[in-house]
Structures are given as structure tokens and as C-alpha cells.
Design a protein around this ligand. Structure first.
Ligand code: SF4
Length: 456
């Protein structure tokens, strides 16, 4: 930790930000860094070099909050050695816990909720040199989507926020309480941002929202996710468009048609089913039935034949019997997902589901969790095996994380592809010129998670 006395008046401090949780949080961190850089702050790569340490937090599970408390505990020593260090907690947990964070961790200076990111520069100025504590968790704070397009982790991919909040109140979920009511960003602003990203070399955008299928609610004119996709599809320089997360109750034929028809919109849907049992879906307040979900999957497979679907499932929700669980197993078998995120239910304080007794034992939750994980692994292995011998289009991202001698990228269906270069090619030239380009890869091998190939 730097021990120099650095006040904001002499030099803009350097800020380190650590992000927990989902893609939305990663984007919020990028936005926050953008607000600070615009005001002359610098960005520290290492927390030991920072004058300000910010933790952008997740609240989805109790465990996620425990992790942050433990991290804050371990930062106490640093703060004692350097009292001028400013320590801040941002995002969902800040919103959820509020001043409880100060009570448990008195060395924290700032608690900044989900609607206050754009006020960060002023909040930090208010703390500088005083070591005071500021709680900023108002729900009326204006959400500012303005970003520095140059401030993103990957040159060729970018997340773009198209909406905020959620009005669905699924009974197990804390998000509506910490992220507030749903509202959509004007499409003209999104189009401008995507054009700027394209000008900066970005090739793939992922549109983000808790429930992107309801995008457009509250905007004037007939603005929907489908109309937005059609407008974005014509932006020059952008090669691929993705969107997450799709709530089944708001999925429309128009959205699926856009996926099937538009050349840049990728054939991939992350559409969480959560359960295959209507009884459990009702208790979860998901507002669709298993039959409706299956109809959507059928529609997607017929209008966009190459489509791959991903899902989330919760096992051991209150009242889940073996029969309910079998319904989930059967749904998984029938849909044949590309990948699934599977969670064991644990009650989240403040959510409606805590009214139900948490009556599925831990051993049963574990067993069901393993059954779904094993089943998904089997399906993914079989589906990926079918790709061997085929040629796929990959957006090259860079050197493979698992093999420095090869490159990696993703298919339109979001499958990871690791590939080598043809023998005799100038390896270093090709390796540096390919990232950001589309390449045809012949698939020669596969596992459940990865396709392996050679460049065509
Ligand atoms: S749709 Fe349901 S699960 Fe998703 S963020 Fe909203 S309340 Fe949570």
C-alpha cells in the first residue's frame, strides 16, 4: 500500500475495483471506472497500489455476502497501516445491507447502492481527507448509462446495458429489492453506444438486462427487443449480437423470428426454466407453465434451426417432491440444453419464498444437484460430439487459456473452440492478426465444454 500522503487536491487518486457476481455487475464496474476516469482519476491494476479500493458486490445468495464481509475483514490491516485509504462497498449488497456494513466493518468509508454509481466522484471527494463514512443508497438516484467505450476488458466484445431493475418478484429472488423497478433505456441511446463501440473496434455486443424480453416497457412508440435487434443488426462493424437474460413469460415470436432471420443475431438463448414442475413454478411465481416453456423451445428450434439453449435450474425448492424433480429431469432430457447453471435452493432473507419451510433436506438437494449436473454433462458431451467433422464460424478472442500454443474463440452458439494453426504458417504473425476476426474452424475433437479444431 502506498504510504505517501496523497490528497485529492494534489493528485487524483488511483482506484482499484474488484467485482463479484454477474455480468451486470461487471458492466457496472466498467461504468464506474468510466465516471472516475472522466474526472481525472487513474485506474490501479493492483489493490496494493490503490488509494481507493471499491468492492462491487453481489447479493443473490447469503454466501456471496459472507465472501465480501470476509474480504472487508482482511482489508482492515491495510486500512490501519494507511488511514488515508478509502474503502467502499458498491452495488447489490450495499443496497441490501446499508448501514449494517458500517456497524460490522467500521473501517469502511463508503456504502454506495445500485442507483448511485454515477455519483461516485462526488462521494469520494466528500470522504477524502476526512475519513468520514457516507451511506448513499437512495432509490431515486438517476441511473446513468454513459460509458467510456474505451474502458472495457476486451477490445472485441462488450456488454451493453439496455434496461435496469426487475418487476417480476420471483419468490426466491432478491434482485427486485436491490436493483429496483424495471426501466428501459431509450433505443436511440443504445444504438449510439453500439455505433461508438463499433468505431472502437468492437465486434460483438451482448445486450444485458435482468429480463431483456420485456425491453421497451414504458418507452414511447412500439419499441421492443425485436425492433431493437433489427436496428442494431444494420450497424456496420458489429459482427455479432447476443442478449441475456430471457424470461420465458415475456418471450415472443417476434424475438425468436429476429434470432432466426437477422444475420448478426446469434442463435443462442439463455432462457432459465428453473423447474420442470408446474407446482414448483407457481410457488416460484415464474408466471409460465412447463408446457408453455416447451412450446417456446419448439418455436425457437423451428424458426432458428441452429439454435442452442441454456438454462438455470434450482433444485430443492420448498415442497419439491421426487415427482416434481422428475419433471425437471424430463425437461432437461427433452430440451437437450447446451449448458445449464444448477443451484441448490437456499432461502434468501427478505424474499417471499422464506415463508415456505425449507423442507428439502441438504442430502436430497445435493443428490438432485448431482443428478442434473451429470445429466447435463452427458447431454453436452453428446451434442458436442455431433459437431466433430463440421466447420464452424468462430470469433477469435486470443490465446487459449488452457494452451498457450493455440487460439480460442466462440461459435455463434456460444461454444468455446480451441484451435491450432496450419502447419507451416507463420505462427506468431497469424496469432497476433487473428483476434477480433471471424474464422472457419474444422472441428476434430470435443469434450462436454470445449470443441477442438484447426483453422480452415
Ligand atoms: S426475473 Fe425473477 S429471477 Fe430474474 S431477476 Fe427478476 S425476480 Fe429475479
Amino acid at each position: 500500500m502506498s504510504t505517501n500522503s496523497k490528497t485529492f487536491a494534489h493528485k487524483k487518486p488511483s482506484v482499484y475495483i474488484k467485482t463479484y457476481g454477474c455480468q451486470m455487475n461487471k458492466l457496472d464496474s466498467e461504468l464506474s471506472i468510466g465516471f472516475l476516469l472522466k474526472r481525472g482519476y487513474t485506474f490501479a491494476e493492483d489493490e496494493n497500489d490503490a488509494d481507493v479500493i471499491l468492492l462491487n458486490t453481489c447479493s443473490v445468495r447469503d454466501k456471496a455476502e459472507h465472501k465480501v464481509y470476509s474480504q472487508l475483514g482482511s482489508l482492515r490491516d491495510q486500512k490501519e497501516k494507511n488511514p488515508e485509504l478509502i474503502l467502499g462497498v458498491l452495488g447489490c449488497m450495499a443496497q441490501n445491507e446499508g448501514d449494517k456494513i458500517f456497524k460490522r466493518m467500521p473501517h469502511v468509508n463508503l456504502v454506495c447502492g445500485t442507483r448511485m454509481f454515477s455519483k461516485l466522484p462526488e462521494l469520494l471527494e466528500g470522504i477524502n481527507g476526512t475519513n468520514k463514512r457516507i451511506l448513499a443508497i437512495g432509490e431515486d438516484g438517476e441511473v446513468n448509462f454513459d460509458r467510456l467505450v474505451t474502458q472495457r476488458q476486451n477490445r472485441y466484445n462488450a456488454f451493453v446495458s439496455i434496461m435496469r431493475g426487475c418487476d417480476n418478484y420471483c419468490s426466491y429472488c432478491i434482485v427486485p429489492y436491490v436493483r429496483g423497478r424495471e426501466f428501459s433505456r431509450p433505443d436511440a441511446d443504445i444504438i449510439d453506444e453500439v455505433k461508438s463501440l463499433a468505431d472502437d473496434g468492437c465486434k460483438e455486443v451482448t445486450l444485458l438486462g435482468q429480463n431483456v424480453n420485456s425491453y421497451g416497457k414504458g418507452l414511447s412508440g412500439n419499441v421492443t427487443l425485436a425492433t431493437l435487434l433489427r436496428k442494431l443488426d444494420s450497424i456496420e462493424g458489429i459482427e455479432r449480437i447476443r442478449f441475456v437474460t430471457s424470461h420465458p413469460k415475456d418471450m415472443t415470436k417476434e424475438i425468436i423470428e429476429a434470432v432466426g432471420e437477422l444475420p448478426k443475431v446469434c442463435e443462442y438463448l439463455h432462457m432459465p426454466a428453473q423447474s420442470g414442475s408446474d407446482k414448483i413454478l407457481k410457488k416460484m411465481r415464474r408466471q409460465y407453465t412447463s408446457a408453455h416453456y416447451r412450446e417456446l423451445v419448439e418455436m425457437a428450434k423451428s424458426l432458428a434451426p441452429d439454435i442452442k439453449i441454456a438454462s438455470d435450474f434450482i433444485v430443492g425448492f420448498p415442497g419439491e417432491t421426487e415427482e416434481d424433480f422428475e419433471d425437471t429431469v424430463n425437461l432437461m432430457k427433452d430440451v437437450r440444453y447446451q449448458n445449464c447453471f444448477i443451484f441448490k435452493y437456499s432461502p434468501r432473507t427478505g424474499t417471499a419464498a422464506t415463508e415456505f419451510p425449507d423442507d428439502v433436506g441438504e442430502e436430497t438437494k445435493k443428490r438432485r444437484n448431482h443428478i442434473l449436473l451429470d445429466l447435463q454433462k452427458k447431454i453436452s458431451t453428446e451434442e458436442n460430439r455431433k459437431m466433430v467433422g463440421k466447420s464452424v464460424e468462430v470469433l477469435v478472442e486470443g490465446t487459449s487459456k488452457s494452451d498457450a500454443g493455440r487460439l480460442s474463440g466462440r461459435t455463434r452458439q456460444n461454444q468455446i473452440v480451441v484451435f491450432g494453426l496450419p502447419e507451416g504458417s507463420n505462427q506468431s504473425n497469424v496469432s497476433s492478426s487473428l483476434p477480433g476476426k471471424l474464422a472457419k474452424i474444422d472441428i476434430v475433437d470435443s469434450t462436454d465444454l470445449t470443441l477442438f479444431g484447426v483453422i480452415n
